[in-house]
Design a protein around this ligand. Sequence first.
Ligand SMILES: [Zn+2]
Ligand SMILES: [Zn+2]
Length: 341
Amino acid sequence: MRPEDILAPTPGGVFCPLGSFHIDPTRPVARALITHAHSDHARAGHGAVLATQETLDLMRLRYGEGFAGATQAIRYGESVNLGGAEITFHPAGHVLGSAQIAVAANGLRVVASGDYKDISDPTCAPFELVRCDVFITEATFALPVFRHGDPNEQIAKLLHSVALFRERAHLVGAYSLGKAQRLIALLRQAGHGAPIYLHGAMEKITSYYAGRGMALGELRAVRGAGKAEFAGTITICPPAALNDVWTRRFPEPVAAFASGWMRVRARARQHGVELPLVISDHADWDGLTATIAATGAGEIWVTHGQEDALVHWCVGRGLNARPLDIVGYGDEDDGGGEAEG
Ligand SMILES: [Zn+2]
Ligand SMILES: [Zn+2]
């Protein structure tokens, strides 16, 4: 049996011929296994969806009840058999509910990582290393220039700025699923007890996280609050809102943006960001290469970003590696877009 008999790359996502399912398909299919709820991976309109309960809940929040014909929830570590393919979901450490999907048959195991990060995040289960023969990795930050460093240092930088400019409002651009809630949790861990304000686009998903017992402290809607109230406070908003007339309701706003891309000064300037915060929900160069090596996989399929550099690194290590040309990933989170799902 070849790896392609277990998972075959197609332009719309990888497909398992044994179990007749796609993983994170970019177009509607009969049966989809979904790694996580970011909109480039989790689309509406599939016949049946298998995913973690959190991913299903988040898809329902975003797309409404009828987002799929049928749904089935699976827990981390639980197995299901589809047409002779043994499927297990393992934590990916990316956002709440995110999973790597392992598909095994005839003693061969292929792992589709989805998006992942290998550092701790108070809002989701930690990344689990899964040994495998073929590892399908993302490559969002797969260039040696991307080293994210310690997120707590970035949080300290933000809090220092808030303490320094007490008359100004701090607006932090963050993706509405995952990054926003992680920022809030990191701020709370750092001892920031003041109310944190939320852009309307953040409210639904953030209250879902809070409902799962996460310590997010007092959160207030921006809507309805007066200008003076925002002095010396932190507001979390979608990145696109930073360049919107919406910012006029804040006193002398300081524009911050939490993203792995903030390592690149030109990116920060391009977004008019005064306070770049290098905080990413994706593995950096060191995280990607260490993870690939640790899986023990002899064959690496690379998707979703800087494929060439990572393929080159793999080949240099004597691994078989190739890019997967799947169009349509990276629309929502750090994967590139400023679009919000
Ligand atoms: Zn993602
Ligand atoms: Zn992605």
